[in-house]
Design a protein around this ligand. Structure first.
Ligand SMILES: *[C@@H]1O[C@H](CO)[C@@H](O)[C@H](O)[C@H]1NC(C)=O
Ligand SMILES: *[C@@H]1O[C@H](CO)[C@@H](O)[C@H](O)[C@H]1NC(C)=O
Ligand SMILES: *[C@@H]1O[C@H](CO)[C@@H](O)[C@H](O)[C@H]1NC(C)=O
Ligand SMILES: *[C@@H]1O[C@H](CO)[C@@H](O)[C@H](O)[C@H]1NC(C)=O
Length: 150
C-alpha cells in the first residue's frame, strides 16, 4: 500500500534485534525491492562486561539493606551508582547506608535538590571523591565514569 501509493517514499526500519532472515521477510512482505534497499547495522549491543542480576523482591524494605551492604563491600574496588525510583527512597537509602558504612563517601542526587546542591553532588562525583552515588534517573544514565562497578 505504502509502496504502491507513494512509490518514491523512502522507508526506514529501525530495530535492535532483527535478524537477516527477518529483514528479508519484511522486505518481501512490503514489496521492497532488493536493489532499492540498504541495510545498515550498528555495533552490537552485547556488552560482555555488563552483568544483569535480578533479585527477588523483599517484603520489608529494611531487609534489603543487609544485602545491599554486602554487594557494596564486594565491590569497593570501584565506584557504585544506585538508582531509586523516588526522592524519598534515595534519602532513605542514603541515611541507612550512612549509618552502616564507615569511611565511605556516599552522596545522593535527585531532582528535588537545590541547584547548588545538585552541582556540588555532581562535582564531587566527577572528581572521584564520591564513592557511592544514590540517585533517581535525574542523575542520568550516561554519566561517563570509567570506574563504576555496580
Ligand atoms: C509476512 O507475510 C506472511 C504471510 O502473510 C506472514 O505469515 C508473516 O508473518 C509476515 N512476516 C512479517 C515479518 O510480517
Ligand atoms: C537481497 O540481497 C541480499 C544480499 O545483498 C541477499 O542475501 C538476499 O537474499 C536478497 N533478498 C532477496 C529477497 O532477493
Ligand atoms: C578511613 O578513615 C581514616 C580516618 O578518618 C583515614 O585516615 C583513612 O584514610 C580512611 N580510609 C579509607 C580507605 O578511606
Ligand atoms: C577517577 O579514578 C579513575 C581510576 O579509578 C581514573 O581513571 C579517573 O581518571 C579518575 N577521574 C578523575 C576525574 O580523577
Amino acid at each position: 500500500m505504502l509502496k504502491k501509493n507513494w512509490i518514491l517514499a523512502p522507508i526506514m526500519l529501525l530495530t535492535a534485534t532483527c535478524t537477516r532472515l527477518e529483514v528479508d521477510e519484511i522486505c518481501t512482505n512490503l514489496s521492497i525491492e532488493n536493489n532499492s534497499f540498504a541495510l545498515i547495522r550498528g555495533s552490537t549491543s552485547h556488552r560482555s562486561e555488563i552483568v544483569f542480576n535480578v533479585r527477588e523482591r523483599k517484603e520489608i524494605r529494611d531487609q534489603y539493606i543487609t544485602e545491599i551492604i554486602s554487594i557494596i563491600n564486594d565491590n569497593l574496588h570501584g565506584r557504585i551508582i544506585m538508582y531509586c525510583a523516588t526522592h524519598s527512597s534515595c534519602e532513605y537509602l542514603y541515611n541507612k547506608l550512612q549509618e552502616n558504612l564507615n569511611n565511605i563517601s556516599i552522596d545522593y542526587f535527585h531532582g528535588g535538590l537545590r541547584d547548588n546542591e545538585r552541582e556540588t553532588a555532581m562535582n564531587n562525583w566527577k572528581s572521584n571523591s564520591t564513592q557511592i552515588m544514590i540517585a533517581t534517573s535525574a542523575f542520568g544514565m550516561g554519566v561517563n565514569s570509567n570506574n563504576v562497578r555496580v
